[in-house]
Design a protein around this ligand. Structure first.
Ligand code: FES
Ligand code: FES
Length: 920
């Protein structure tokens, strides 16, 4: 006889509820699955991330760590309980005003932790806020705007409401902000068809092995709730996917060999309890482990096993940029500096693991999934299923962080495969360990580089060799290998260059796209070399960089002459007074310091916006329906970076209406034209320009229809457009016009593909239409006994061309700095070791210092209103700036990231030993 699950009575958001589930069921699951309160998020199920934070009798708890049985008779408050009578609470309003939510996946947890604090302490100090919210992780914001928001809870308003024509440049609050603050936003794991079966992937415990799958009949018989098992044989199209059309090398489900730990080999599909109760050991798989190729040295060793049979020497691809005469450049140098650097494997650690659902209807398939790239997903799903692209509809859910990690297909392929072949709706949510083990990473790198300068400190030559561990499959390895040598000299004028890169296969997890595509790794080298050369020729490090900074009219390493928008020198000039003061203050502190030593460092960067040397188009459409509603069909996925808001602002000004008159559709491949992927800092620049053109196109059509002049004012009414032109009024009756398939009676479209040129065999050409530039200053303190590094302050000066929305730009800079800080000091993914967020550490509230942002506007003529990208530029200079600061503090030139305490301590001791210091 089957026992009924007990019923547990408690209150949620002031209402009594009875939940019928086993007493050990996690409260987070009860709230989400039983009560439909999906505002409570799940990021780890282990008490690490705090995304599930709710109030239990008024105190913050992690709902994933509370069993249903523990809440009997008690009161639970979730994010859905904060707003009153349809109005945001003061705390929610403050979050909206300050841009404290980016992707929003951590926001419910942040709000609940803050609510707990404010109930006890209505006017907390900053340290109290950071302490109270310290258990909730955010990967997007760098925490500073969250702190600002909590401290400003007594403030009022929801941000600026710009008039028509004034949206660009305004501090407009996120157009999708409110739903992130109320818990109404729908992420990948939040909705699915009621009858959806659950999918669980069985994954390899070995980094390299051959395997065979035995008789699955007994497994089916033992688990009646197991509806289907799918293997490589069940993939109806091509069991190979990958970013590039040529060289798709990754199986959806491995056929007989696995190449990294965490690779999927089989799908279990059925009811949730059944598939979760199946132990891996129950599945009849015969593993024959092989020695894995681990790391770059092993992969490049003579006679190393080939990870991919058709890639000799484990070299996936190589990149080269060569200019001038390198030997002559070094011969002309008065000073030469060189070094070797190594960086770790870094995990994206977005707080939302991969999730989504899929359903087949006849010969069409709908997949709703968290993603950065709906159009590539659509095409990839069609490819593996052997069907037409037009048969697949990809609907991006809200995306709880991506940073490049959701540019590769993952759960969407499993969903598409299962829904299509079974003709049943399915859903899947990766666990945190599964997400960490199976998805792409930042390439670990080994770099050697040298640079020379003349007696005046002008760079004469630069040579760079970088090997990037691309793991088992190609993913974005070719992109990294292409982008690295272009950027490796840094944002400086160097007449003689030879930069080489290699993407190297190993049995590590596939390395893919991660905010910077290899450029952050290069920046360690070029910035350290600048510091060393500056020291040798007796120049201040900032002055050295100013002397070499690329300016308008200069030629880059690829021979591209920058015609416009090259604001590095302005960034450095803006930092100069702060730099001088901070360096002096650190020297003074160190004069009589003991164990603690302070330092200040600089990091500079440049970053080409968009794809490298290939077409990179985006199309946006805006339409108006019979009621006078404006809809922006925006394929530029917002993964938290603010694309929804930015596109609306740009389009509104181009059209000449207030931003709040525009609603948007994001990324639905049946409704929105292809805007490409959200990557490479391209959306503001490329899709933003398309949004501007779309707005201008619709405006021109409206003015033409109304027979009025270019300066006419557009006013939207109920079913009509009123046009005011030099004192005259004209009306367009929208109800008299014929709607198109989307219900719009008038529409405008904008298309932009930034002009680039292919590179020749020496890497000469025009790889990008424009570049972002930045300089950051980091002040740090080193505990020379413990080896700990505390970042005390960052000043970030960024040339963004034109600021479309200061809140969004500041938020991107803060978040990039947080990730750069993590890369510098703590983040290192080790397969099988760091597979949850208590092992893999990312920065928390206490790690982020005060950040001052300085926005430089050197307009890019091709960009929308002069704007260019900021997403990746925000991260790149931070780590080199921190490493430079360590040198002033300790005299050490760190060569390995992350600079964890044990590494720093060991380096300090080694240096002391070398100097014969008895304290070593
Ligand atoms: S989901 Fe509960 S702490 Fe992460
Ligand atoms: S806004 Fe905090 S994780 Fe994205």
């Amino acid at each position: 006889m089957k026992l009924e699950a007990p019923s547990v009575s408690f209150a949620v958001n002031g209402r009594p509820v009875d939940a019928q589930a086993p007493l050990l069921t996690r409260l987070s699951v009860v709230l989400r699955e039983e009560l439909g309160l999906t505002g409570t998020k799940i990021g780890c199920d282990a008490g690490d991330c705090g995304a599930c934070t709710v109030l239990l009798d008024g105190e913050q708890v992690c709902a994933c760590m509370i069993a249903l049985g523990q809440v009997a008779g008690r009161a639970v408050t979730t994010v859905e309980g904060l707003a009153r009578n349809g109005s945001l609470s003061p705390l929610q309003a403050a979050f909206q005003r300050h841009g404290a939510a980016q992707c929003g996946i951590c926001t419910p947890g942040m709000l609940m932790a803050a609510q707990d604090l404010l109930t006890r302490n209505p006017a907390p100090a900053e340290a109290e806020v950071m302490d109270a919210l310290g258990g909730v992780l955010c990967r997007c914001t760098g925490y500073r705007k969250i702190v600002e928001a909590v401290l400003d809870v007594a403030g009022s308003g929801l941000g600026e409401t710009p008039a028509a024509g004034e949206a660009v440049g305004a501090r407009l609050a996120k157009v999708d902000g409110v739903q992130k603050l109320t818990g109404a936003e729908v992420y990948g794991a939040d909705r699915a068809p009621a009858d959806a079966l659950w999918i669980r992937a069985l994954r390899s415990p070995h980094a390299r092995a051959r395997f065979s799958i035995g008789d699955l009949g007994p497994l089916r018989a033992a688990h009646p709730g197991l509806v289907a098992l799918l293997t490589a044989r069940d993939v109806p199209g091509s069991n190979a996917f990958g970013i590039y059309p040529v060289g798709k090398d990754q199986p959806v489900l491995a056929a007989d060999e696995v190449r990294f730990r965490g690779e999927a080999v089989l799908l279990l599909i059925g009811d949730r309890n059944s598939i979760e109760s199946i132990r891996d050991a129950e599945v009849p798989i015969d593993w024959q482990p092989l020695d894995p190729v681990q790391g770059l040295d092993a992969a490049l060793a003579k006679g190393a096993p080939l990870v991919q049979a058709e890639k000799p020497g484990n070299i996936l691809t190589e990149g080269l940029v060569r200019k001038g005469d390198l030997a002559a450049g070094f011969a002309a140098a008065d000073f030469v500096a060189e070094g070797a650097w190594e960086t770790s494997c870094v995990e994206h650690a977005y707080i939302e693991p991969e999730a989504g659902w899929a359903r087949r209807e006849g010969d069409r398939l709908t997949v709703a999934v968290t993603t950065q790239t709906p159009y590539m997903d659509r095409d990839e799903i069609a490819h593996i299923l052997g069907i037409e692209k037009s048969q697949v509809r990809l609907i991006p859910t809200a995306c709880g962080g991506g940073f490049g990690g959701k540019l590769d297909a993952s759960v969407q392929l499993l969903l598409g495969l299962a829904a299509w072949t079974l003709d049943r709706p399915v859903r899947c949510s990766y666990s945190r360990p599964e997400s960490l083990a199976s998805t792409t990473k930042r390439h670990p790198a080994k770099i050697t580089a040298r640079a020379g300068c003349d007696a005046e400190g002008r760079l004469t030559a630069f040579e760079f060799d970088g090997d990037f561990d691309t793991g088992a499959y190609a993913s974005w390895g070719p992109t990294v290998a292409d982008r690295v040598p272009i950027h490796a000299t840094g944002p400086y004028v160097v007449p003689n260059v030879c930069n080489r890169s290699r993407a190297v296969h190993s049995n590590g997890p596939p390395s893919g796209a991660f905010r910077g595509f290899g450029v952050p790794q290069c920046a360690f080298a070029h910035e350290a070399l600048c510091d060393e050369l500056a020291a040798r020729c007796g120049l201040d490090p900032l002055e050295f960089r100013l002397r070499n900074a690329i300016r308008k009219g200069d030629s880059t390493a690829t021979g591209q002459v920058l015609e416009a928008s090259a604001g590095l020198a302005d960034c450095l000039e803006a930092l100069k007074p702060r730099w001088t003061d901070a360096r002096r203050a650190a020297e003074t502190f160190n004069d009589d310091a003991g164990v603690l030593r302070r330092g200040v460092g600089l990091g500079c960067m440049w970053y080409g916006c968009g794809n490298t040397s290939i077409s990179n188009p985006s199309t946006l459409r805006v339409g108006i329906d019979r009621e006078g509603r404006l809809t922006l069909y925006n394929g530029a996925v917002d993964m938290g970076q603010g694309a929804n808001t930015i596109m609306v602002q740009i389009c509104a000004d181009a059209l000449g209406v207030a931003a709040d008159r525009i609603v948007y559709v994001m990324g639905d491949t049946d409704l929105t034209p292809d805007a490409g992927k959200s990557s490479a800092s391209r959306q503001t620049f490329v899709s933003g320009r398309a949004a501007q053109l779309a707005g201008e196109d619709l405006r021109a059509k409206i003015l033409r229809l109304g027979n009025v002049g270019d300066d006419a004012v557009i006013e939207l009414g109920e079913g009509e457009i009123l046009l005011r032109d030099a004192g005259a009024e004209r009306r367009i009756d929208l109800t008299a016009l014929t709607p198109d398939d989307l219900g719009d009676v008038l529409s405008g479209e904008g298309h932009f593909d930034p002009p680039t040129q292919p590179l020749d065999e020496n890497g000469q050409g025009v790889p990008y239409a424009t570049y972002g530039f930045a300089a950051q200053l980091a002040e740090i303190e080193v505990d020379t006994e413990l080896g700990t590094i505390k970042v005390r302050r960052i000043v970030a000066a960024h040339d963004v061309g034109r600021v479309i929305n200061p809140i969004q730009v500041e938020g991107q800079i803060h978040g990039g700095i947080a990730q750069g800080l993590g890369m510098a000091l703590m983040e290192e993914y080790l397969p099988g070791v760091t597979e949850n967020l208590h092992d893999y550490l990312i920065p928390t509230f206490g790690d982020l210092p005060p950040i001052e942002t300085i926005l430089i506007e050197d307009p890019e003529p091709l960009g929308p209103y002069g704007a260019k990208g900021i997403g990746e530029p925000a991260l790149i200079p931070t780590a080199p700036a921190i490493f430079g600061a360590v040198h002033q503090a300790t005299g050490l030139r760190l060569r390995f990231a992350p600079a964890t305490p044990y590494r720093v301590r060991a380096a300090i001791r080694a240096a002391r030993r070398e100097k014969g210091d008895g304290h070593a």
